[in-house]
Design a protein around this ligand. Sequence first.
Ligand code: FES
Length: 149
Amino acid sequence: MALYSEKVMDHFRNPRNVGVIEGADGIGEVGNAKCGDIMKMYLKIDDDVVTDVKFETFGCGSAIASSSMATELIKGKPVADAMQLTNKAVAEALDGLPAYKMHCSVLAEEAIRLALDDYYGKHPEKAPEGYCPMEPSEEHEQEGGSEEE
Ligand code: FES
């Protein structure tokens, strides 16, 4: 069996939704301290729907494929769905990732969560009841889009 599925190779070679959204409603950036890879997600949100999403990933092929697939999974979906997106769902949609590459898909989950945190930080009135921002995971460094005071 090939190490990487055809879907992983396809999204790596032809990544969808690459780029920057000027005036994005939420921006999330996360990096893996061990491998040094960085992923940045931009969200456009209208009426609680993710109307557009773009990413920039400086990282390995699995991270690029994961970000591309993650954007496809949340584009046009309610924000509540984007919030629930797990790295496992991203990996499954890619027909799997090698076990030692699963952490690459975690970057996609966390970058989207951070972009949503950024959005809710700017619009606390839109946050669902009991919403709490993501806890940083140990090996990941993160940054929201907003300037911290
Ligand atoms: Fe760093 Fe894949 S090796 S995200």
